[in-house]
Design a protein around this ligand. Sequence first.
Ligand SMILES: *[C@@H]1O[C@H](CO)[C@@H](O)[C@H](O)[C@H]1NC(C)=O
Ligand SMILES: *[C@@H]1O[C@H](CO)[C@@H](O)[C@H](O)[C@H]1NC(C)=O
Ligand SMILES: *[C@@H]1O[C@H](CO)[C@@H](O)[C@H](O)[C@H]1NC(C)=O
Ligand SMILES: *[C@@H]1O[C@H](CO)[C@@H](O)[C@H](O)[C@H]1NC(C)=O
Ligand SMILES: *[C@@H]1O[C@H](CO)[C@@H](O)[C@H](O)[C@H]1NC(C)=O
Ligand SMILES: *[C@@H]1O[C@H](CO)[C@@H](O)[C@H](O)[C@H]1NC(C)=O
Ligand SMILES: *[C@@H]1O[C@H](CO)[C@@H](O)[C@H](O)[C@H]1NC(C)=O
Ligand SMILES: *[C@@H]1O[C@H](CO)[C@@H](O)[C@H](O)[C@H]1NC(C)=O
Ligand SMILES: *[C@@H]1O[C@H](CO)[C@@H](O)[C@H](O)[C@H]1NC(C)=O
Ligand SMILES: *[C@@H]1O[C@H](CO)[C@@H](O)[C@H](O)[C@H]1NC(C)=O
Ligand SMILES: *[C@@H]1O[C@H](CO)[C@@H](O)[C@H](O)[C@H]1NC(C)=O
Ligand SMILES: *[C@@H]1O[C@H](CO)[C@@H](O)[C@H](O)[C@H]1NC(C)=O
Length: 702
Amino acid sequence: MLQHQQKFIMTFLGLVVLLLLTFASPNSSCTGKEQRFLLDFLAQLSHGGNSGLNMSWVHGTDCCAWEGVTCRGDNTVMGISLTSKGLTGRISPSLGNLSGLMNLNLSHNSLHGSLPKELVLHSTIVVLDVSFNQLEGSLQDLQSLNPGPPLQVLNISSNFFTGQFTGEIPASICVSPSFTELDLSRNQFSSNIPQGLDDCSMLRVLKAGHNNLSGILPHELFRATSLEQLSFPNNGLHGVLDGSQVVKLSNLTVLDLGSNGLSGEVPDSIGQLRRLEELHLGNNNMSGELPLTIGNCTNLRYISLRNNSFTGDLSKVNFTLLDLSIADFSMNYFTGTIPESIYACNNLIALRLAYNNFHGQFSSKIGNLRSLSFLSLTNNSLTNIEDVIQTLRRCKNLTTLLMGSNFKGEIMPQVKSIDGFQNLEVLSIDTCPLVGQIPLWLSKLTKLKILDLSSNQLTGSIPSWISRLHFLFFLDISSNRLLGDIPTALMKMTMLQAEMNAEKLDPEFLELPIYWTPSRQYRLLGAFPAALHLGNNKFTGTIPPEIGQMKMLMYLNFSSNSLSGEIPQEICNLTSLQVLDFSNNQLTGAFPSTLSELHFLSTFNVSYNELEGPVPTGGQFDTFSNSSYIGNPNLCGDVLSKHCSTTPRDQTFSSRQHSSRLPIIFGVIFGGLSALALLACFLIARLVYNDHTENLVPLQRR
Ligand SMILES: *[C@@H]1O[C@H](CO)[C@@H](O)[C@H](O)[C@H]1NC(C)=O
Ligand SMILES: *[C@@H]1O[C@H](CO)[C@@H](O)[C@H](O)[C@H]1NC(C)=O
Ligand SMILES: *[C@@H]1O[C@H](CO)[C@@H](O)[C@H](O)[C@H]1NC(C)=O
Ligand SMILES: *[C@@H]1O[C@H](CO)[C@@H](O)[C@H](O)[C@H]1NC(C)=O
Ligand SMILES: *[C@@H]1O[C@H](CO)[C@@H](O)[C@H](O)[C@H]1NC(C)=O
Ligand SMILES: *[C@@H]1O[C@H](CO)[C@@H](O)[C@H](O)[C@H]1NC(C)=O
Ligand SMILES: *[C@@H]1O[C@H](CO)[C@@H](O)[C@H](O)[C@H]1NC(C)=O
Ligand SMILES: *[C@@H]1O[C@H](CO)[C@@H](O)[C@H](O)[C@H]1NC(C)=O
Ligand SMILES: *[C@@H]1O[C@H](CO)[C@@H](O)[C@H](O)[C@H]1NC(C)=O
Ligand SMILES: *[C@@H]1O[C@H](CO)[C@@H](O)[C@H](O)[C@H]1NC(C)=O
Ligand SMILES: *[C@@H]1O[C@H](CO)[C@@H](O)[C@H](O)[C@H]1NC(C)=O
Ligand SMILES: *[C@@H]1O[C@H](CO)[C@@H](O)[C@H](O)[C@H]1NC(C)=O
């Protein structure tokens, strides 16, 4: 029994020794040489910029166990992956001495300097990803070798690489014929797309968007027939999309040539690209009718033709594309009714038809579009708003509905019961103009966050149910004929009360951006400023002191009404305010004393009221000029060239009476000149913004 146990223990110990020996064999850790190459890389990172890598990369320990390093069975280094590590400094060429390295991924760091060509031309590296760094230099000294390096995937996107992709310089961007994926996007490459793409016979992915490339798409490009993704957006390319060439890329799934200067038509042969899933041609100078063959691209998921000069009756095209989820035809000259076949696209999520010449109404079949979440119809010639609303409410998933500048002169539907729209968050029916009142059915849209009814001819007063829209944080009812008091119910809008509420907003992305001004677009609803636009109506009465409760408010515009009384002290509680416009009312009295606590204010206008006393000073108020105050004869202050007398108020009045006429005449002349200047500015501003800046989808045609 005991013997038996001893025997067992001996065997066990033997096994342990054997195991230990195995681990201690010369192959058990990476070679001293490889360790040196790695430590040289570490040494080239900036002092303090190795983000603790030196804790694990320690001389004399097994480098196969170092952070980010992987080895083969024979303990040669095979891969290095140090992404998003906050590394700064340079990439040492010594990594090129690792004779078995296949995969090097240093993306999302802050490395600068050049990309050592020892890595690009390395004899074993297959995947090289240095995207999202601050590398610079040109790729010009990369000569293609014979035989080429085995590199298949090169990602240098989002760096500062420059280059003159022309002439004899790298005879081919495919330094290696084995290239399968090449991402050069978001650098500073300029000049033409290289001609010599002949060697890229294996290339599946070619991306060079967001550079400064110019010229045409060279025919050689279309010899890379394995291409699945061809992506050159945001460059300066011009010329036409040659139908006889593009058809050669029969495996293409993504064609992205958006935001260039392409002209001409979409070729008929596009229909032969049966695998096409994404077609981005927005923001070009293309024209003509959309070929009917587009209906043959049955795998299409995304199509954008936005902001071109396409014409023709879109309803001729058969859009029975079952995978289509995002379609943007906005800002063209399309005519006809809304294509009937689009109602068969069961998976449609976002549809933008804005800024065209579509007319008529929707078929009730639009209720089939159960996934439709974003619909923009702004600026067409649609009619019968009542019918459109009754039809669209059946799209249960609709969250964004933009349909301003349609329904010319119709009546705002006042239907008693509108159910549906239970998910609507953004509604814009501006600039029609519609007559009638703010309708009660809006009170049922309990998820509404953004409501724009501006520039209509609505009458009546602000309904008190407005405060029951618990998520509303952007309300624009400016430029109507609304009257009555500004109700205190408005001040109870939950979302404007406290930060805590603002956090309730989901950080959800819109399917397509909402264009606010030509230069501003929103992809995130929460990024919209909390705003109350009541300007240019017929509101009367005083500004309720309860206004101080709307602590989240950023834009407050009550201009061009008939409001009277004093500016309430509580306005100073609105510490998030960026824009405050009370101009063109009949406000009286002095400014609240702590107004200068509004630290984020960038626009302030109280011109043309009857305010008196000294203008606010300190903080932001030192940045506002007299145009903020013009048309208030009883205001004084340094910016007004009317200095405040230091005497107490009651004496100010009498001293005013005794003052000579000279300042008055002076004031009249000065006022007149300023008004002229203001008028000139206004006219210039109108020319520049073409009167569109306040609408929800105001982008103009080029
Ligand atoms: C050790 O490495 C050598 C060459 O690097 C190789 O030939 C040998 O097979 C390896 N031995 C083990 C046990 O991995
Ligand atoms: C790692 O590097 C940092 C900064 O370069 C240095 O402060 C620290 O002492 C180093 N730690 C080790 C273990 O070498
Ligand atoms: C890497 O190899 C080159 C020669 O190919 C040599 O000049 C260089 O010193 C080596 N780097 C290191 C860190 O050993
Ligand atoms: C490099 O790493 C990042 C982050 O893990 C990853 O997203 C990327 O796909 C990798 N690159 C390649 C070419 O695999
Ligand atoms: C770099 O591009 C390659 C090829 O397109 C891709 O696989 C990789 O994920 C990209 N890297 C990052 C960090 O996105
Ligand atoms: C873009 O390229 C053009 C010539 O094609 C050149 O004149 C211009 O300076 C380049 N712009 C930048 C920012 O590199
Ligand atoms: C297209 O893709 C298929 C498989 O996905 C492949 O067999 C074929 O060779 C590809 N065509 C070209 C021209 O590369
Ligand atoms: C846009 O295309 C038209 C022809 O369709 C052409 O006359 C015009 O010059 C082009 N504009 C630009 C900026 O390329
Ligand atoms: C492609 O579309 C055109 C026009 O709609 C049609 O005439 C043709 O039959 C389609 N081709 C195939 C193969 O479906
Ligand atoms: C549109 O295409 C679908 C599917 O290809 C087909 O079933 C339908 O009949 C076509 N409609 C018209 C009007 O041609
Ligand atoms: C409706 O929207 C919800 C939430 O975004 C989503 O989960 C659901 O799949 C959508 N329904 C349809 C039919 O697409
Ligand atoms: C304004 O803020 C002060 C201090 O935060 C608070 O005491 C007061 O109640 C607020 N007024 C209103 C009208 O919200």
